[in-house]
Write a protein that binds this ligand. Structure first.
Ligand code: MLT
Length: 208
């Protein structure tokens, strides 16, 4: 391991025993500690990499700016996605990660930036579990996401993400070549025990 950890994002890195890394991306108001126990619960062997979003909205950390609920500042989103992708590339070197085994697990705002990473910087993620995600942006040119596996878990009663929006994200990622599995849970925006069970099951089907 390189002696100098990357400093572009405040983050926690916990080395694991397998080649897989879970990139944990918190929701609005969260931080780099929020999803650590969830990540360990999902995969006892993986390395955990958990950055804190750099934007503060009324003191609440996020990964990119928004203009209103569900209305994103696209310029900032593009900038922040590139920044996060560059950070991940740095951690691959510093922490000797396998760049072919990086799985994002993102919740809400964290799921949205994970989707944006897939759309803008293909090659950074090997797969992604997008929990309560919506369409972050529509790129001018679709990336090539063949071989990328995406699990989308949406809430049937989510007041923030309408079903139609989740289906649009599924269609966008599918037309880019990703293998997408979209499930609607009997839930709102919050995660449930079922969410975790489903992510765990999906991870078990992915190379570790
Ligand atoms: C949130 O509150 O984080 C929104 O649901 C998603 C977002 O703004 O990215």
């Amino acid at each position: 391991m390189n002696a100098k950890p990357p400093s572009s994002f405040r983050h926690v890195f916990i080395p694991g025993k397998s080649r897989r890394t879970l990139l944990l991306l918190h929701g609005t108001g969260g931080n780099e500690h929020d999803l650590l126990s969830l990540g360990r619960n999902l995969d006892p062997e993986a390395s955990l990499l958990s950055p804190r979003g750099k934007i503060l909205e009324n003191g609440l950390p996020r990964f990119f700016r928004r203009l209103a609920e569900g209305v994103f500042d696209e310029e900032d989103l593009i900038h922040r996605s590139n920044e996060l992708a560059d950070f991940i590339a740095e951690t691959v070197t510093s922490y000797s990660l396998d760049s072919g085994r990086i799985y994002a697990v993102g919740y809400s705002n964290g799921a949205n930036i994970a989707a944006s990473l897939l759309l803008l910087r293909p090659g950074v993620l090997t797969g992604a579990a997008l929990l309560r995600a919506m369409v972050p942006l529509t790129p001018e040119v679709l990336p090539k996401l063949n071989g990328i596996s995406v699990l989308m878990l949406s809430g049937r009663y989510d007041p923030i993400v309408p079903e139609e929006n989740a289906r649009r994200l599924e269609a966008l990622l599918t037309s880019a070549g990703a293998t997408v599995s979209l499930h609607f849970e009997n839930a709102a925006h919050q995660l449930t025990e079922n969410t975790l069970e489903t992510v765990r099951g999906w991870l078990n089907t992915q190379p570790s």
